[in-house]
Design a protein around this ligand. Structure first.
Ligand code: C5P
Length: 314
C-alpha cells in the first residue's frame, strides 16, 4: 500500500493564445505547486489480467475510466507492459473543477504510487509523455515547484524556485468547465488572434528570473524578487475576462485577497482564487475577509520543488 500527497497548483498568470488545429489552445503560464493536497492510496500487485478499481469519498468524482488517475494507471501499466490488480482510493480534500489542478495531480500521483508499488519505473521522458496524454496539467506535477508551462501547458520547464510565500485559497464552491471557459474565450476573440502575447509572457518570465541562482545574467534588484518583477510588468490570468462576468462574486473575492498581498488572481479557469503574502498575519486577515464574505478559505504556502518531492510520499 502506497499513500501519497497529491499536491495542487496555482497559476501565476495565464495567457491564452490562438486555438490550435487539434482543438487545444496555445498558452503560457507559470505553475506553482502549493501545500494543499488530496491523499491517494494505491495498492497494486501483478496479476494475469489487469483490473483497476477506484474509490473516492466525493460524489462529484467519477470512479471509472473517465477519472484521470484511472486513465493514468491504465496507460502506465500498458507502457510498463505489466498486468496488475490495482486499487486506488482518493481521499478528496480539494475542490473538483476548481482550477487548482487537483484531478491532474491525482493522475501524476497515481503513476508515481503505482511505480512504487510495482517496484518498476518508466523512464522520465516516457512518464512525462504519458502524463501529457492524460491531461495538459499533468506533467507539471512530475516537476513541481515554480515552472513555466507552454504549448497546451504540458510542456513544463522548471524555473528557479520562488521563495515560499503564505497563500490563501478561496474556494467559491462552483465548478468551472475548462473546455467551456476556452470556448467562451474564443467567442470573444478577434478574427485572427496573435501569438505575440505568449512571446511577450515568456520574455517577461526570462527577464524576471534573470540573475537567479543557476541563471546567468546581470543580477539587479529584480534578482531577489522575480515575483514582484513579474507583477510589475503585469501578470494576468486571461480566464478572469470570461469567468468573472459569469460569476460576479469572484471579483469581490479577488479584491478581498488583494489587500496586503504580493499578488492575487484566479487560478487556472477557476473558480478558485488565491493571494500570496509575506506574513502569516496578512494571510490570516485575508482568510478572515474571505470567510466573512461567505466563501471557504484555506491558508497554506507555496511549495518549492525540494519540499514538494521530499513530502509527497506519506
Ligand atoms: O488537457 P486537458 O484534458 O486537461 O484539457 C481539457 C480540455 O480543455 C481540452 O479538451 C480542451 O477543450 C481544453 N484545453 C484547451 N487548451 C489547452 C488545454 C485545455 O483548449 N491548452
Amino acid at each position: 500500500m502506497t499513500t501519497v500527497r497529491s499536491y495542487s497548483k496555482i497559476n501565476l498568470g495565464l495567457r491564452i493564445g490562438p486555438p490550435r488545429p487539434d482543438g487545444y489552445h496555445h498558452l503560457a503560464t507559470i505553475y506553482q505547486t502549493i501545500g494543499l493536497f488530496d491523499l491517494m492510496t494505491v495498492t497494486a500487485e501483478r496479476a494475469p489480467e489487469t483490473s483497476i478499481t477506484l474509490r473516492c469519498d466525493h460524489p462529484g468524482v467519477p470512479c471509472d475510466a473517465r477519472n484521470t488517475a484511472f486513465k493514468a494507471v491504465e496507460m502506465a501499466l500498458k507502457a510498463l507492459q505489466i498486468s496488475a490488480k490495482v486499487d486506488i482510493f482518493i481521499d478528496k480534500k480539494l475542490p473538483v473543477q476548481g482550477g487548482i489542478g487537483a484531478g491532474s495531480a491525482n493522475a501524476a500521483a497515481a503513476i508515481l504510487a503505482l511505480e512504487a508499488e510495482l517496484g518498476e519505473q518508466l523512464s522520465p521522458s516516457a512518464r512525462l509523455h504519458l502524463a501529457g496524454k492524460v491531461g495538459s496539467d499533468v506533467p507539471m506535477f512530475l516537476v513541481g515547484g515554480t515552472m513555466l508551462g507552454i504549448e497546451r501547458g504540458e510542456e513544463t520547464f522548471p524555473l528557479p524556485d520562488l521563495p515560499s510565500f503564505y497563500a490563501v485559497l478561496a474556494f467559491p464552491g462552483v465548478g468551472v468547465s475548462t473546455p467551456q471557459a476556452f470556448r467562451d474565450w474564443d467567442a470573444g476573440l478577434p478574427e485572427n488572434p496573435e501569438n505575440d502575447t505568449l512571446m511577450e509572457f515568456r520574455r517577461r518570465v526570462a527577464i524576471a528570473f534573470a540573475g537567479q541562482p543557476g541563471v546567468s545574467g546581470p543580477a539587479g534588484d529584480l534578482a531577489e524578487e522575480p515575483l514582484l518583477a513579474l507583477v510589475r510588468t503585469g501578470l494576468e490570468n486571461d480566464f478572469e475576462t470570461v469567468v468573472f462576468p459569469q460569476q460576479p462574486s469572484l471579483r469581490a473575492f479577488k479584491s478581498a485577497l488583494e489587500e496586503g498581498s504580493l499578488y492575487a488572481a484566479l487560478s487556472g479557469s477557476g473558480s478558485s482564487l488565491f493571494g500570496l503574502y509575506r506574513s502569516e498575519d496578512e494571510a490570516k486577515a485575508a482568510s478572515d475577509r474571505i470567510t466573512a464574505l461567505g466563501c471557504e478559505a484555506r491558508i497554506t504556502s507555496t511549495l518549492p520543488r525540494s519540499v514538494y518531492w521530499a513530502t509527497m510520499f506519506v
